[in-house]
Design a protein around this ligand. Sequence first.
Ligand code: PMP
Length: 400
Amino acid sequence: MSVGLFDKYASLKANYDSLMASSPRNPFGVVIERPLSATVGIIEGRETLLFGTNNYLGLSQSTDARDAAIKTAQTMGVGTTGSRIANGTFGLHAKLEEALAKTFQRRHAMVFSTGYQANLGTISALVNKDDILFLDADSHASIYDGARLSGAQVIRFRHNDPADLEKRVARTANHKGARLIVAEGIYSMTGNIAPLNEFVEIKKRHNVPLMVDEAHSFGVLGTNGRGVAEVQNCEKDIDFIVGTFSKSLGTVGGYCVTDHDEIDLMRLCSRPYMFTASLPPEIIAATLAALDELTGRPDLRQKLQDNAARLHQGFKSVGLNTSNFISPVIAVTLENIPQAITFWNALLEAGVYVNLSLPPATPDNRPLLRCSVMAAHSAEEIDRAVAAFGHIAKELGVTA
Ligand code: PMP
């Protein structure tokens, strides 16, 4: 008898069925019926506080970005209907690349249709089957998928551990092919911040290029919002910085910025760039408007930091277990999956939406309630969320 297409999912199905039996709603099918603002949306007919987005600066609701999108859609239409290599570049693509290169003070920028594709497209353009990639063990799926697409040998190093990275890099000193180190700025699940300045020292000592994904740190950290590398004063030593428009800029798309002049070669070697439709004009216009706001409003970053500190301090004060890093991603670690499911449902019923993250998608195989804070949250909204967390934790007997 032949094997069915879905037979391989038997154990996934068993886990999913048992999750659904223990949860009054599907945690992976939450419908935000309508956003009312950046911080409040209608879920299950109720006004709900949104603490489960990546909308760090609240710019998905920016008036300037919305106006730019509408105006551009009216004058230029809503799509490009093809890839830039095959079907042509719009002037707006070039304008966005110039704006990004200027923002990051780099010679070149390349934009992709999503942040996921930015990682796939950059990694697979830079390394191939003869090469080695050093990946932080907690890397985002798009980095692992980029590695697969490239065919390069993957050597994982312990999360945020420069000594472990250096040991592994040193062992491959005689490797015949190229090598590339990849890390992130802020890690998306835990909010941990990478020691990029230490990775830079390693890259220099061993002469191995470094690529950093600042998806969650762009617009969030640094005086000019250029992320962890800006804070740690090591931007110029990072060969490729990758990121996304879908978080602090509130739209969709991704980018890679670099001073390497081979960028046009990368465009020709990057399947996720070449074989997919390019960003539509109204999204580019909204992204350009949001980029102006991101760079021109340092007050948003200050507010975001203050809000992150308030939420972090609030969780500590009600005895919850979180990372020691204060960043806009704050995850509460729980002991087991049933407890996490009950906690998450109770939060939603109390009008607070956060992300339920379950093993194996989480570091250390422990469930997380992943929260993200925004510049747009008021102190009162944060305090309300903390109170809901505190109340439920007490009822469930959860302690740090
Ligand atoms: N990199 C990281 C670290 C991410 O967390 C994400 C998305 N969560 C991506 C890349 C992909 O970005 P996008 O969703 O914009 O495709």
